[in-house]
Design a binder for this molecule. Structure first.
Ligand SMILES: NC(=O)c1ccc[n+]([C@@H]2O[C@H](COP(=O)([O-])OP(=O)(O)OC[C@H]3O[C@@H](n4cnc5c(N)ncnc54)[C@H](OP(=O)(O)O)[C@@H]3O)[C@@H](O)[C@H]2O)c1
Length: 333
């Protein structure tokens, strides 16, 4: 699977116009691979292509092919794969990064926005996975890397559409990994990031009066892209990205009562912005290319991040103690 000077790898990247997908395009082109860029917005894809042309030239000229595609549309996904095959003769790997989300209490998110989030984030994953596995059934096999999320393992308020979709995505990927054991040469990896500095938080729909923001500790999209590209050569069942993920998942599983008490105040302190915004479907129903780029502008200095995290955890703990106090023997009124 590793590219050589004579045979660069051919990789389809969905969600290639923004954030983690766009950073992955850069990393692949830096390595000399041919990359097929897919997302809904042609404008965003062209920007990602132009931005990475220099990297490819420095590396001997890996090519880029832009194919505007809505992953929630099964036929459009089939056309994406056939365009890639027609241009390059084969497809060696697929990185699936496309997703959307909407913030808001479950009952406040319009049903059509909730359903479209599932259609893109879950059904879109199934569409891309199915096309990939059909492609990899040809001699030579191939590698599929699906970007999941820490939120495919835990729950949080105001993100029910996304949490629902990502739990299902994780379940689907685990099924595919088990089935792939009987198809030599076919590899399926899951990458599960925590908070990443991408535009997704301002691109998302919101019905909670605020935009989202990545909860600390926040990693860069380039960091996640590095893990994704590593998985192409060294498949992994679940590659977590984010220093606090293991402890967060452990808290969710081992101490669900404490987790449920803390997660809403923590979300308000660390996972939502401060400025009021009107209700919007964001990019859930259609692309908003003006907001697309690699980074989201959320990463501060390490000291600022540590301070934000300490404030969030400390503040949430104080809120939780205040709420618990009347119920504890010898504490409160
Ligand atoms: N950022 C984080 O903190 C974080 C954390 C954990 C996991 N993740 C996961 O990482 C992946 C990438 O997220 P990101 O943060 O990089 O988001 P992002 O910057 O908003 O990028 C999302 C990409 O998906 C594309 N997309 C959206 N709907 C699509 C559709 N129907 N068909 C095809 N492409 C579509 C977008 O382009 P168009 O709108 O032009 O289609 C864009 O290129 C997602 O799976 C997300 O769940 C992100």
């Amino acid at each position: 699977m590793s590219p050589t000077a004579t045979t660069p790898r051919v990789v389809i990247v969905t969600g290639a116009s923004s954030g983690i997908g766009r950073a992955t395009v850069a990393r692949l082109r830096e390595r000399g691979d041919h990359v097929v860029l897919a997302a809904r917005s042609a404008e965003g894809l062209r920007a990602a292509e132009l931005e990475t042309d220099g990297l490819a030239q420095a590396r001997g000229g890996g090519l880029a092919l832009v194919v505007p595609t809505d992953v929630s549309d099964r036929e459009a996904v089939a056309e994406l794969f056939s365009a890639a095959r027609k241009r390059f003769g084969r497809i060696d790997a697929v990185v699936h990064s496309a997703a959307v989300l909407a913030y808001g209490r479950f009952e406040d998110v319009p049903p059509e926005v909730f359903e479209q989030t599932l259609q893109v984030t879950l059904v879109g994953t199934a569409n891309v996975a199915r096309a990939s596995l059909q492609e990899f059934a040809r001699p030579g096999g191939g590698s599929l890397v699906v970007v999941g999320s820490l939120l495919g393992k835990i729950a949080t308020p105001y993100m029910s559409s996304y949490v629902t979709a990502k739990w299902a995505v994780h379940g689907l990927v685990r099924c595919l990994q088990i089935e792939a054991r009987s198809t030599p040469g076919v590899e399926v990896s899951l990458v599960s990031p925590g908070g990443v500095d991408t535009p997704v938080y301002r691109q998302a729909g919101t019905y909670v009066g605020l935009h989202g923001r990545p909860p600390p500790p926040v990693v860069t999209p380039e960091h996640v892209a590095h893990t994704i590209v590593h998985c192409l050569d060294h498949p992994q069942r679940d590659a977590g990205v984010g220093p606090a993920n293991p402890i967060t998942v452990a808290g969710f599983r081992v101490l669900p009562g404490v987790f449920d008490l803390l997660v809403t105040p923590l979300m308000k302190l660390g996972g939502l912005g401060r400025e009021s915004v009107p209700a919007t479907a964001g990019n859930v129903m259609s692309a908003t290319p003006s907001g697309e780029s690699t980074r989201g502008g959320f990463v501060g200095t390490r000291a600022a991040q540590t301070a934000t995290m300490a404030l969030s955890v400390g503040g949430a703990a104080l809120l939780a103690v205040r709420r618990l106090a009347p119920r504890l023997p010898g504490v409160g009124r």
